[in-house]
Structures are given as C-alpha cells and as structure tokens.
Design a protein around this ligand. Structure first.
Ligand SMILES: NC(=O)c1ccc[n+]([C@@H]2O[C@H](COP(=O)([O-])OP(=O)(O)OC[C@H]3O[C@@H](n4cnc5c(N)ncnc54)[C@H](OP(=O)(O)O)[C@@H]3O)[C@@H](O)[C@H]2O)c1
Length: 290
C-alpha cells in the first residue's frame, strides 16, 4: 500500500480506501462488514468512509462494530452530514443545530470519541458559509473531529469557505470528496483539481468504478445479485448504456494486453493524478476487495 498526504495536511492516507455507501446495512451484514474491513486493513487500508445517511444510520453502526479491535490511532474514520436524517425542517442541512446534533449521533452509533475526517456532504444554500465554517472549527476545538472537508461543493463555494476561514483565523477545509472515474472526469480535471492544488486541499474521490460498470462485469449481460437489482438503486441500470458498455469492452481489451483486470486499470488511471489523495472504493465481496 502506498500512502499519500491529504493535501498539505500532516496526515497520510492509504491511496486505496474503502467506503460503505449502498453496501453496509443493505448488501453487507455485520459479519461480512467485519471481514471486509479487517481484510482491507490487513492490506494496508487506513481510511474507511461513512455518512450519517447511509442505510439510515445502519452503515455507521456496522462500521463502528467492524473497527472494534483495531488500534484506533492507526485508522482514519470519516462520516458526513447534510442529507436528511430526521423528519422536519431541521433534520437536514448544514445549520449549526443539525451538524452538532448529527455528529453526536454519529459518534454514539460508531462508538467513537472523535472522527478523523468530517465532510459536508453537499453545499447547503440555506445556511451561510460562515455558520458552517465556524461550526466545523468549533467541532475541531472540541476534539470531536480532526479535519473537515466538503463533498461535491462547487469550486467557488470551496474558495469562499477557505477565504472566510482565513479571514477569521478559523481552520479551513482540508479536503474535498468529488466523484472521479473514467466516465466522470471533466468537472474534476478542469475545475476541482486546479483549485485543490492552489489551496493545498486533498481529494478523496468516489465511485471509481462508476458503480461497478468499470469493472467490466456488465460487458456481456446484467448479472444477478449486483447493485442494480436493489430496490432503491434501479437508476444505476439507466447508466449502463450500450455506448458505455462498448467503451468498457475496449478498456477490457486494453487491460488484457496489460495483464491486469479492468477494475485494476480503472483504479490505476485515477491514481496517475497526484492531486488525488485517496480513491474510495466499494466492495460487497472479499474477491472484489482484493
Ligand atoms: N461523497 C459522496 O457524495 C459519495 C457518493 C457516493 C459514494 N461515496 C463513497 O465512495 C465509496 C465508493 O463508491 P461506490 O461504491 O459507488 O464505488 P464503485 O467502485 O464505483 O462501485 C463499487 C461497487 O462495484 C462493484 N464492484 C467493486 N469491485 C468490483 C470488482 N472488482 N468486480 C466487479 N464488481 C465490483 C460492487 O457492486 P455490486 O454489489 O454490484 O457487486 C461494489 O459495491 C462509497 O462507499 C462511499 O464511501 C461518496
């Protein structure tokens, strides 16, 4: 495993990491979650990604149980806040109230005293950026989180948050979590990477296999028992277009020539960029994780 700096911060993050969206609490039960996290950790993965909204909190519970027994200091554990977790107008977003209440619930669910990384899961147009920056700064001062970041924020919004933090002597965002893969590259390369380099922010990128499509598993047919057959994820099927499958088939040919799998080539293509600190992978089986 290689470790990269998270932007200009002092921590080192495994360039391959493991996340729990869709999988934990849905396709992956407690026992399997424990096996997958242990296997990833044994291969050198130190960053495990979660969010308050994943499987309505079940993913945080499972991840918390799965990391029990691993030395806490060797891990980087994240969660996120923004998407609705409670009914009512204040059970969502990035208000000081919701962030504060959500982090308390997250820490309880995971059985942790602090998170290493905490992400604002989207930009909240109803909360002033200064309120968000001040709240994150407070959580760092309280020792509940160590580094804060954004996810899928527009570069201008990130720059604003950074500027507000600097002007007010507060801690600016350390990282952004954007989507990046062979099928989703332009926004990242043209807008997000230049800003991240300028500000010294780390990038922890998501959906590296474009929901599994870039593993080549859909090249010939739609196999059963995958993400697309889950009740709430049928929209993933719409992304498996004949045009995309045609391109993945070409990628598979290239991978064969190189003597690797299509998934390995897709991940290696992301790792070529030094702006990327860590790729967050997803896996429902030990073979996929390998
Ligand atoms: N910040 C955000 O807004 C955001 C959004 C999305 C994700 N994320 C993070 O990024 C992580 C990864 O996202 P993702 O799960 O969409 O990643 P992905 O790599 O695009 O898709 C992972 C899925 O692809 C399939 N797969 C993985 N390896 C495979 C292999 N070698 N061969 C065949 N199939 C394989 C599995 O699905 P099957 O069940 O179909 O086999 C697996 O669950 C998430 O867990 C989450 O932590 C963040």
């Amino acid at each position: 495993m290689h470790y990269r700096r998270l932007g200009k911060s002092g921590i080192k993050i495994s360039e391959l990491s493991y996340g729990s969206w869709v999988t934990f609490g849905t396709q992956v039960d407690e026992k399997l979650a424990g096996e997958l996290i242990k296997a990833a950790y044994d291969q050198g993965v130190n960053f495990f990604d979660c969010a308050d909204a994943y499987a309505e909190g079940k993913a945080e519970v499972l991840m918390g149980k799965a990391i029990k027994g691993i030395q806490r200091e060797t891990l980087l554990i994240s969660s996120k806040v923004f998407w609705p977790t409670l009914p009512g107008p204040n059970g969502r977003g990035l208000s000081r109230k919701h962030i504060t209440e959500s982090i308390h619930t997250t820490l309880k669910r995971m059985g942790l005293e602090y998170l290493d990384l905490y992400f604002c899961h989207r930009y909240d147009p109803d909360t002033p950026i200064e309120e968000v920056v001040r709240t994150m700064n407070t959580l760092i001062q309280q020792g509940k989180i160590l580094y804060w970041g954004t996810s899928e924020w527009e570069p201008a919004q990130i720059a604003l948050a950074y500027g507000i933090a600097k002007e007010n002597n507060l801690i600016p965002p350390t990282m952004e979590q954007p989507q990046y893969s062979l099928f989703h590259r332009r926004r990242m390369e043209e807008h997000v990477m230049p800003l991240a380099s300028e500000l010294g922010m780390g990038l922890t990128t998501w959906s590296p296999l474009f929901q599994g499509l870039l593993s080549g598993k859909y090249n010939d047919k739609i196999p059963t028992g995958t993400r697309v057959s889950l009740e709430n994820y049928t929209w993933v099927k719409d992304r498996i277009t004949p045009e995309r499958i045609g391109r993945v088939r070409q990628l598979t040919e290239l991978a064969k020539e190189l003597g690797c799998t299509t998934a390995q080539l897709s991940l290696a293509w992301i790792l070529r960029r030094k702006e990327v600190s860590a790729i967050i992978t997803g896996a429902t089986r030990l073979e996929q994780l390998d």
